[in-house]
Design a protein around this ligand. Structure first.
Ligand SMILES: [Zn+2]
Length: 113
């Protein structure tokens, strides 16, 4: 389960931020995950629960926002939205797509106290 590794990275980032900012606890963590990535939101929640134990983010609520994928269709030469991995271009149905966005996991916002 690679969500565990992702969460460890996230928790490390949060702890790093805490050293810089000096906040006591994290109330809410907002992460964005790309719809084309390989991150399962439920697995991510579980992994965060485990990974944040004993850190300032221990009691934080995890808010997961899925962001749609974007790419470039080589068949119709335009920027398109890609709903899910393996799907074709919504405009022309072609599969010559270059993915530009949607595979990332990003720590978007921290609500701290
Ligand atoms: Zn197209």
């Amino acid at each position: 389960m690679h969500e565990m590794a992702l969460c460890q990275g996230m928790v490390e980032l949060i702890e790093e931020q805490r050293r810089l900012d000096g906040f006591a606890t994290v109330k809410r963590v907002i992460v964005e995950i790309g719809a084309l990535g390989h991150v399962d939101p439920h697995a991510l929640e579980f992994a965060f629960d485990v990974g944040a134990r004993g850190t300032s983010a221990e009691s934080a609520a995890l808010e997961i926002r899925e962001i749609p994928g974007r790419g470039w269709c080589m068949d119709c030469s335009r920027s398109i939205e890609i709903a899910a991995r393996g799907e074709g271009c919504p405009e022309c149905g072609g599969y010559q797509l270059i993915v530009e966005q949607g595979e990332e996991l990003r720590l978007k916002e921290l609500e701290v106290a």
